[in-house]
Every structure is written in structure tokens, then in C-alpha cells.
Design a protein around this ligand. Structure first.
Ligand code: INI
Length: 154
């Protein structure tokens, strides 16, 4: 039988830092609410969470990096929303945020979760922020909890 390593979805009061973009706050505030709610519903005390606000998704990685290095959380969850229609900056913002967030996790060893909606339209973003497609904030929190527990077993 193979040795199988996996993380369950119980928080065990893991310390989790969230970084939230103010850009498209209409969407990102819903992601934050769902992430906190998800943490509580999986047995966590919301007092274990730290929330940092940044201007836009481009700034998520630098704040996540500093939190990971100085506050030593068990995981960092980055929440943002990049919508193609708004600006030609879309591709740069989306790709820099994705690369930067991945780099934080690899460099620090602290699981750093990409909870950024990248959508073609506002309607698509709304679908991923609590309607048809669920809520990206809750999904990101679940990924964080699972990674925290997985890393404990490795
Ligand atoms: N930031 C976002 O989070 N989403 C966007 O859709 C977006 N667009 O489209 O421009 C956006 N831009 C701001 C960017 O993240 C930075 O805050 C800004 O460039 C200052 O560095």
C-alpha cells in the first residue's frame, strides 16, 4: 500500500493571514466575507485571522511576502478581482499577481493561495463571488486549510 499524504479540512485554529485588494471592492468584500465564514464553519476562531488591505491585485504579493516572513502565519490567502473589460492592464495585473503569489509560497514555504478572480466581464466575476459558480474566497480558504494540514504530514 502506498503512503498517502493529505490534509483534512479542520482548521485546528491555524493562523491564517488574508490580503485583500480594494480594487473591485464590490467583489473582493464578498470574497473576504466568504473566506472568514468558511474558516468559522470549519471550526476556526476568527480571532486567529489577520486581514491586510492593499490597493489592487498587483500589490497582493508584496504584502503577502511581508506577512509570511514577519507574522509567520500557517498560510496566506490572497483575494482580488481582475476584470478584462476595465483596462488593457488586465493581462499584466493578472499575470504579475499570479506569478508573485506563487513566488511567495515557494520562497517562504508558507502556503500562499491565489484567490484572485480573473474574469472577462463583471457578470462572470459576480458568478464567482457568491452566485452560480460558488465563491472564490471560500474556495481559497479551503485550499489554505488543506495545505496547512498537508504540510504538517510531510
Ligand atoms: N487591480 C485589480 O485588482 N483589478 C483590476 O482589474 C485592475 N485593473 O483592471 O486595472 C487593477 N489595477 C490596479 C493594480 O492592481 C494596482 O493597484 C495599480 O496598478 C497600482 O500599482
Amino acid at each position: 500500500m502506498p503512503e498517502v499524504l493529505e490534509g483534512d479540512l479542520m482548521t485546528r485554529d491555524a493562523k491564517i493571514a488574508l490580503v485583500v485588494s480594494r480594487f473591485n471592492d464590490f467583489i473582493t468584500s464578498r470574497l473576504l466575507d466568504a473566506a472568514v465564514d468558511c474558516y468559522s464553519r470549519h471550526g476556526g476562531d476568527a480571532g486567529q485571522l489577520t486581514v491586510a488591505h492593499v490597493p489592487g491585485s498587483m500589490e497582493l504579493p508584496v504584502a503577502a511576502m511581508k506577512l509570511a516572513k514577519t507574522r509567520k502565519p500557517d498560510a496566506v490567502v490572497c483575494l482580488g478581482c481582475v476584470i478584462r473589460g476595465q483596462t488593457s492592464h488586465y493581462d499584466h495585473v493578472a499575470s504579475e499577481a499570479a506569478h508573485g503569489i506563487a513566488r511567495v509560497g515557494i520562497e517562504t514555504g508558507v502556503p500562499t493561495i491565489f484567490g484572485v478572480i480573473t474574469a472577462d466581464t463583471l457578470e462572470q466575476a459576480i458568478e464567482r463571488a457568491g452566485s452560480k459558480q460558488g465563491n472564490q474566497g471560500a474556495k481559497a480558504m479551503l485550499a489554505a486549510i488543506e495545505m496547512v494540514n498537508l504540510l504538517k504530514t510531510i
